[in-house]
Write a protein that binds this ligand. Sequence first.
Ligand code: CU
Length: 269
Amino acid sequence: MPSSASSGWLPQGVNGQQVTTETERITSLWVGIWIAAMAVGLLVWGLTFWCMAVYKRKKGDPELPPQLRYNIPIELLYTVVPVLMVAVIFFYTARDEAAIMDTSAKPDVTINVVGKQWSWDFNYVDSNVYETGVHSELNPKGGIDGTPQPVLYMPINKRVEFVLNARDVIHSFWVPAFLVKLDMIPGRTNKLQITPTQLGEYQGKCAELCGAYHSQMLFKVKVVTQAEYDAHMAELKAMGQVGQLDNTLNREPVYGPDLKMIPTSTGSN
Ligand SMILES: [Cu+2]
């Protein structure tokens, strides 16, 4: 329990370790805003119940007590105080969002992630290899539950830049343990940099309702050592998954005999 309380009941890594370089910042913002909200809530509830108890109508009281209206100091107070509270929350949110969404640093690894109904393609840009997921509807090897989830590899302690695109409709790239998600919008490229700091396997999902099988639009994330990452790149290459999958709009992907989408472009996106 202490470890889940320290993360404000947000998803987190094993033993309270930080999953990425940004999870501590995100957790602090989350917990801080909850503490501020609870303090305000307790004050408001406290004053409300105090008024109800102290100023309730007592036996023998005549009609209603004098009614207060057009009280400028009180009206100013309940306008200025909430504006200040929102300003403080805005300041910390904007500060942290700017840090989390900052993509000015040169990444160690670039991975182009393409969302599609209802799976994912991963183009490992630096290694010029790719991975493609196929939804069970299109994959006779898997039933509804039997669809293998495509696996996204990330080397630990390396700054990974995700270049996010969508092939058909709006999707959203979400790894709950990373505490951040970003929309994938057709015709637009969004970027997100993540530096994972804990080895392990994490669940990834689509966070934007994108059609009938949205809930099955899943993938796995494996944070591995650099050596394991390199081995996986070599493995993809050995499997012939060389080049980069086209990520322009295309609702009718072409699959090879082994259900691999045939690359329709190489190199640039
Ligand atoms: Cu989706």
